[in-house]
Design a protein around this ligand. Structure first.
Ligand code: CTP
Length: 400
């Protein structure tokens, strides 16, 4: 969001306290944020809160002339995006009717920026036909209206009406500011480790954090793709807007991938699948006894190889990862060929700044035509965009 101008409009609902976190996340993402508040919003949170978070003046009274002229026109025309959060039933009605009786509503009337409205109110209020009709009107005019979350509300009722979590709003805002160049594509991503149980309290797994796969799923979603993420256990929150399928074992991952792969245009297998699992699951906790203990392991299915065999019948692009500690290129190229892939992303996991658990990565992308491309050391988000860029080109070539 670096350099993007975002105006956040705060209206008078209890969820206004969450908008402080929203503004914080937007500024952390390097957006240039300005805040406008209705007078009722100022009863819930003070303008000073937002001034401290953004470092710039908050406008809440149109008649108090403190800044340059015509800010009710310029703010909405210079911004890339306006987010109204929370948007009360009353404010949504004003937007639908074209009423401009304060700074925020007037600014929206003159705005040329994209607009994201995040309703937040009591469930009955939200479901009221008048509110629903107003929301339909806003959508018909090209305004994005975010579905409120469901759950326990501040008014102690349960149902739709919660302001979505700030990180979810940021994610939708990010998508609205990103060129949807993957729109129309179905992308399946696998991520994280698999976990192979030994007994009810122990398992075999690996050090994959899932960060790379989650970054790919998030970036693909932002760029407009329909994304399915099949993930082993991780400490990460599933990216907003992806179809999320948590699994534990390699067998479960295989099942989920094969359930979902029909109709996929691109499959990116970033998961670190355990190659072996214990032959038997001990139903009870194994007690210590002898000095040594052997656990018999059997091979897990190689999901990517099986997909590679099926690929001959489809135009789906298959991208694998190779986690290596030695002979990076040779090992990765062997996997590319043996698994019948279009591209393999080779990772030297012995480096401290790449591979498992890190926030950065440096990769070698090897293609089925023999070409190779090496990335700089980048954030996993940047690597994700690069991998998607190359996958998209491969898809376009295969389908031209
Ligand atoms: N993979 C898979 N199923 C497995 C093992 C790996 O689908 N049982 C996929 C991974 O998701 C990755 C690629 O195959 O995209 C390579 O995984 P990696 O662990 O680097 O290599 P392996 O094929 O398991 O070979 P080795 O462990 O011998 O290096």
């Amino acid at each position: 969001m670096k350099g993007k101008k975002i105006v956040v409009g705060v209206t008078g609902g209890i969820a206004a306290y969450k908008t402080a976190e929203l503004v914080r996340l937007l500024t952390k993402a390097d957006a240039l944020v300005q805040v406008a508040m209705t007078s009722n919003a100022c009863r819930f949170v003070t303008p000073m809160t937002f001034e401290a978070l953004t470092g710039s003046r908050v406008i809440y009274d149109m008649m108090r002339q403190e800044g340059p002229d015509m800010e009710h026109i310029t703010w909405g025309q210079e911004a890339d995006l306006i987010i109204v959060a929370p948007a009360t039933a009353n404010f949504i009605a004003k937007m639908a009717l074209g009423i401009g009786d304060d700074f925020l509503s007037t600014m929206l009337l003159a705005a040329t920026a994209k607009v994201l409205v995040c309703p937040s109110m009591n469930t009955r209020m939200f479901l009221n036909p008048a509110v629903q009709n107003n929301i339909i009107l806003l959508k018909e005019r090209g305004i994005t209206v975010m579905e409120p979350g469901k759950g326990e509300l501040a008014c102690r009722t349960t149902g739709p009406g919660r302001l979505p979590e700030p990180f979810e709003i940021v994610e939708l805002a990010h998508s609205m500011l990103t060129l949807p160049d993957l729109s129309g594509l179905n992308i399946l991503v696998t991520a994280g480790p698999t976990v192979e149980p030994i007994d009810p309290v122990r398992f075999i797994s690996n050090r994959s954090s899932g960060k790379m796969g989650y970054a790919i799923a998030k970036a693909a979603r932002r760029r407009g793709a329909a994304v399915t993420l099949v993930s082993g256990p991780t400490a990460l929150t599933p990216p907003f807007g992806v179809n999320f399928h948590p699994v534990k074992t390699a067998e479960e991952m295989k099942q989920a991938v094969f359930d979902k792969y029909t109709g996929c245009d691109i499959i990116i297998k970033a998961a670190a699948v355990a190659d072996y699992r214990p032959r038997e699951f001990a139903g009870q906790k194994i007690k210590k006894g002898a000095d040594t203990l052997s656990i018999d392991l059997v091979r897990n299915p190689d999901i990517l190889s099986e997909l590679g065999k099926l690929k001959r019948k489809s135009s789906c692009i298959l991208v694998g990862f190779a986690a290596e500690t030695e002979d990076l290129f040779l090992n990765a190229r062997k996997k590319l060929q043996e698994k019948n892939l279009d591209m393999i992303v080779a990772n030297d996991v012995s480096r401290s700044d790449a591979g498992f658990e890190t926030d950065t990565n440096i990769v070698k992308m090897i293609f089925s035509d023999g070409s190779i491309e090496e990335s700089q050391l980048m954030s996993k988000d940047e690597v994700a965009d690069l991998i998607l860029e190359r996958s998209k080109s491969l898809f376009e070539m295969a389908n031209s």
